[in-house]
Ligand binder design. Structure first.
Ligand code: SAM
Length: 236
């Protein structure tokens, strides 16, 4: 079989520290901000000259967390409730022959901090530490196809889930001046309903936790409602 190798040009610093609860596509949670940090060989202004003139970028990346953990010719997309099978190339599954992902993200800024070039991004669906293989500008005249057919994923998922916070969790969010959008980030992540399909079918209260930034977020699900009851810094 023909093989190709690629250089990692950059790495993502993301609030998503674990796979669980990351939105299934970019743009669903605009408050999910990330930094793209260039690798030393690509850490120079000429590589990105003019990039700030584009509002959105394509990122080509490696599903590094699941790479090497196997794949199957057919997968069960969560959008179909986890019980219908589709060909891996008819889905955006992370487990694929080449563990390569593709996301369009918003470019919010370009900065050089202590001689390190970085791109500030929003609306990401990438795990912290994701290796980036390439960056390309998003071209609306060619990349946006409004009347395209998209089978089982023809619109953004609507879960109907609602979210509320305990007074303590609410206070914690308000005290985080350096993360002013923390509450919205949590709310929008939970509205995506990150639970696996089989859990969504279960009745009765369920408890969950996720890590965002350096925070442990704990919530309970009853029916179609998420209740965030605790936000605690890791290590506390
Ligand atoms: N937009 C991309 C695409 O279509 O190729 C990714 C879609 S994939 C369904 C999105 C999921 O990939 C996220 O919900 C998260 O669980 C997972 N993910 C994100 N970054 C990852 C990484 N570096 N390694 C493994 N899984 C990752």
């Amino acid at each position: 079989m023909q093989q190709c190798t690629f250089d990692v040009i950059a790495t993502i610093q993301s609030p998503y520290k674990q796979k669980f609860a990351i939105p299934r596509q970019p743009g669903l949670v605009p408050e999910a901000k990330a930094q793209l940090i260039f690798a030393p060989e690509f850490n120079a202004e000429p590589f990105i000259r003019g990039i700030e003139e584009f509002s959105h970028l394509w990122l080509v990346f490696v599903f590094h967390e699941t790479a090497g953990k196997g794949w199957s010719p057919m997968v069960r997309p969560p959008r179909l409730g986890g019980n219908q099978r589709k060909g891996v190339f008819a889905t955006r599954a992370t487990f694929r022959p080449n563990p390569i992902g593709l996301s369009v993200v918003q470019l919010e800024g370009v900065r050089c901090v202590n001689k390190q070039w970085q791109l500030d991004l929003a609306g990401i669906d990438l795990l912290d530490g994701t290796p980036i293989l390439d960056i390309k500008p998003y071209l609306p005249y060619s990349d946006a196809i409004p009347d395209a057919q998209a089978s089982f994923a023809d619109s953004a998922p609507e879960t109907g889930m609602t979210v509320s916070f305990s007074a303590e969790a609410e206070r914690y969010c308000q005290s985080q001046n350096h993360q002013p959008e923390l509450k919205l980030l949590i709310e929008k992540v939970l509205k995506q309903d990150p639970r696996p399909p089989y859990k969504k079918k279960q009745t009765g209260e369920q408890s969950y936790g996720m890590t965002l930034y350096n925070l442990n977020i704990q919530w309970k699900v009853t029916g179609d409602h998420h209740y965030v009851y605790a936000i605690t810094p890791l290590g506390d």
